[in-house]
Design a protein around this ligand. Structure first.
Ligand code: NAI
Length: 340
């Protein structure tokens, strides 16, 4: 099992690489960054776990061999490369810079590790995943079952904030029993609390007016951006979230049992159950619970609408999310990338 992190020396990349170094299913941990990749790798290589750490860093602006070597043979590629938000910025504000970075990296993946599962962390996720899908498609290697936008941080926040309000001492108990669907920015984030009667009743009892909780989940990232006073956005909680998601890709048996699996932002068509959902919602990309198969691919969409897990109030939030998502998706698809 080879896992490659592109942007490994960053605020997310470093703690994420640390967590991956501790995972015993990984044989090779390949770290790539335009700065300090060797430093991070040297540091991690002193941890006595099974995986070997390799590092790759371009020696000039035109050096593509390092990226190529980092990618070859990868089973999973994770992308936290790009700039984070500063106070007052939205995720959408990052688009121009990060789109160029992500497009270049995905283009290289399509050539050097076309069969890898690709997990995109770089923001805005709602636009980056459509952009990545377009590039993979243009290069003839797109498998919608293997492209994931990492939205687990929204779920982590929903679990954390809900556990506090519900008086649940261990937020682990909520795993798989609440969900977050839609996208990964502000109004596109739709928390679902009606997956089980038991939890639903608890929400009615302890959170009769869920507006504040929903707002905190949707805009929880702003709390971190503000508290860091210009020094970036969520990195540690994000690394934990990405690690949680990647674990399910490299070892699906670690997935927490629950009513639904965890959500991820995917291209719906081409995944079992995706056509019906895309037709129902009127969007091609959406964050939705997905069953992961043995080879790290999205096996099947677990449709919360079909299961009647979405309340009428939540359906109103979905309508708002879809409206905004359409523009975000369009933006990603319209980005012109010149591979030359
Ligand atoms: P950072 O600035 O600390 O790290 C980014 C890293 O990417 C740096 O080490 C930089 O050298 C590297 N990089 C830049 N261009 C590169 C290229 N062409 N190839 C390889 N590496 C390159 O930023 P941070 O805080 O780690 O955030 C990274 C991204 O993750 C941002 O876009 C941020 O908005 C996003 N993010 C996503 C979240 C999610 O829930 N999906 C949550 C929090 C942040």
């Amino acid at each position: 099992m080879k896992v490659t992190v592109l942007g490994a020396a960053g605020g997310i990349g470093q703690p994420l690489s640390l967590l991956l170094k501790l995972n015993t299913s990984i044989d090779v941990l390949s770290l790539y960054d335009i700065v300090n990749a060797h430093g991070v790798a040297a540091d991690l290589s002193h941890i006595p776990t099974k995986s070997s750490v390799e590092s790759y860093q371009p020696t000039s602006k035109t050096d593509t061999t390092q990226l190529q070597q980092a990618l070859v043979g990868s089973d999973v590629v994770v992308i936290p490369a790009g700039i984070p938000r500063k106070p007052g910025m939205t995720r959408d504000d990052l688009f121009k810079i990060n789109a160029g970075i992500v497009a270049g990296l995905v283009n290289a993946i399509s050539i050097h590790s076309p069969k890898a599962s690709v997990c995109i962390i770089s923001n805005p996720v709602n636009s980056m995943v459509p952009l990545a899908a377009k590039i993979l498609k243009q290069n003839g290697v797109f498998d919608p079952r293997k492209l994931f936008g990492v939205t687990t941080l929204d779920l982590q926040r929903f679990e954390t904030f809900s556990a506090k309000l519900l008086g649940v001492s261990d937020p682990d108990l909520l795993k798989g029993r609440i969900s977050v669907i839609g996208g990964h920015s502000g109004n596109t984030i739709v928390p679902l609390s009606h997956l089980s009667n038991n939890i639903s009743t608890k929400f009615q009892q302890f959170v009769p007016e869920p507006k504040d909780l929903i707002h905190r989940v949707q805009f929880g990232g702003d709390e971190v951006v503000k508290a860091k006073e210009g020094r970036g956005s969520a990195t540690l909680s994000m690394a934990a979230a990405a690690y949680r998601f990647i674990q399910t890709i490299i070892d699906p048996s670690t997935r927490h049992s629950g009513i639904v699996p965890e959500s991820t932002f995917v291209s719906l068509r081409g995944i079992q159950g995706g056509d019906a959902l895309a037709d129902h919602l009127g969007v091609e990309f959406f964050a939705i619970p997905v069953q992961i198969g043995q080879n790290g691919q999205a096996e099947r969409i677990v449709d919360p609408f079909e299961l009647d897990f979405v309340s009428s109030d939540e359906k109103k939030l979905v309508a708002i999310a879809v409206k905004e998502l359409k523009g975000n998706i369009e933006k990603g698809l319209n980005f012109k990338y010149d591979a030359k």
